[in-house]
Design a protein around this ligand. Structure first.
Ligand SMILES: Nc1ncnc2c1ncn2[C@@H]1O[C@H](COP(=O)(O)OP(=O)(O)OP(=O)(O)O)[C@@H](O)[C@H]1O
Ligand SMILES: [Mg+2]
Length: 240
C-alpha cells in the first residue's frame, strides 16, 4: 500500500510545463500540484491539453520543457521507461486491453515495478466482475469491464500515483457509479489520483480539487467545496 506517513506532502509538482508534438506547441506553461492522497481532476473542453498533460508526465510527448517533480525527483529529461518504475501508473483513454488475451492474462501483463502493489485477491474484491470474467477474452468484455480491467492491472504494479484519462467516457450511468465507488476506495487506500474528466458532475463526487484547462494552459483551480459556487464560471469555461 502507498506510504501514508507524509500525507500532506506534495507528491507531484508541475511547473511551467511546455509540451510539443513535432512542430506543434501544445502545452504553454502548465503548472499544478497534487498532494499525496488527493484526487485532482483536469477539466476542460476537447483539445484543451488534458491528455497531453498526462502524456507529458509519462514522457510520452515529442519534447517537453519546464519541471515535473514526482516525490522530489525531476522527470523532465528522464527516459520514459523509468517513469512507471518510480510509481506512476497511466491508464490511457483507449484502455489498451489486449483482445486476444483473457481478463486474467491482461491483469497479469504489466510488470510489478515496486513493492506495495495490490494482490489479485484485493483487486478482485475491488472489482468483483473481473473475478467472474477471468477466463473471458478481452474483446468480449463490456466497455465498463474493460475500463475496470485497465485500472485494475495498474494497481498490481505498485504505482501510487495513478493518471486516469476519462474513465467514464461512453459508459452507462450505473457503470459510472461503480467506477466512482472504486476510485473512492482507492483514495481511501491512500492512492493519489489525477483524473481527466469531461463529466464534472462525476468529478465532483470524488475529487478534492479541480484544475481547469484551456488551450494548453491551466486557467483555474477550484476546490471541490467551491464547485457549486463556481458553477457559472465553470459553465463558461467548459461551454456546457
Ligand atoms: N500526436 C499529436 N500530434 C499533434 N497534435 C496533437 C497530438 N495529440 C494531440 N494533439 C493536439 O493537441 C491538442 C491537445 O490535445 P489533447 O488530446 O491533449 O486534448 P484533450 O484536452 O485531452 O481533449 P479531449 O477532451 O478531446 O480528449 C489538440 O489540439 C490536439 O489536436
Ligand atoms: Mg483527451
Amino acid at each position: 500500500m502507498p506510504d501514508r506517513a507524509d500525507t500532506a506532502a506534495t507528491m507531484l509538482e508541475v511547473r511551467d510545463l511546455h509540451a510539443f508534438y513535432g512542430e506543434s506547441h501544445i502545452l504553454h506553461g502548465v503548472s499544478l500540484e497534487v498532494r499525496r492522497g488527493e484526487v485532482v481532476t483536469l477539466l476542460g473542453r476537447n483539445g484543451a491539453g488534458k491528455t497531453t498533460t498526462l502524456r507529458a508526465i509519462m514522457g510520452m510527448v515529442g519534447r517537453r520543457t519546464g519541471s515535473i517533480r514526482f516525490a522530489g525527483t525531476e522527470l523532465v529529461g528522464m527516459a520514459p521507461h523509468r517513469v512507471p518504475r518510480l510509481g506512476i501508473g497511466y491508464v490511457p483513454e483507449e484502455r489498451g486491453i489486449f483482445a486476444s488475451l483473457s481478463t486474467a492474462e491482461n491483469l497479469m501483463l504489466p510488470p510489478v515495478v515496486r513493492e506495495g502493489g495490490m494482490s489479485v485477491e484485493q483487486i478482485h474484491t475491488l472489482f468483483p466482475n473481473l473475478r467472474e470474467r477471468g477466463a473471458t477474452q478481452g474483446t468480449r468484455l463490456s466497455g465498463g469491464e474493460q475500463q475496470m480491467l485497465a485500472i485494475a492491472r495498474i494497481l498490481r504494479t505498485g504505482a501510487e500515483l495513478i493518471l486516469l484519462d476519462e474513465p467514464t467516457e461512453g459508459l452507462a450511468p450505473v457503470i459510472i457509479d461503480q467506477i466512482g465507488v472504486a476510485v473512492r476506495r482507492l483514495k481511501d487506500r491512500g492512492f493519489t489520483i489525477v483524473l481527466v474528466e469531461q463529466n464534472f458532475r462525476f468529478a465532483a463526487t470524488i475529487a478534492d480539487r479541480h484544475y481547469v484547462m484551456e488551450e494548453g494552459h491551466v486557467v483555474d483551480m477550484i476546490p471541490n467545496d467551491r464547485l457549486d459556487a463556481s458553477m457559472d464560471r465553470l459553465h463558461a469555461r467548459l461551454g456546457v
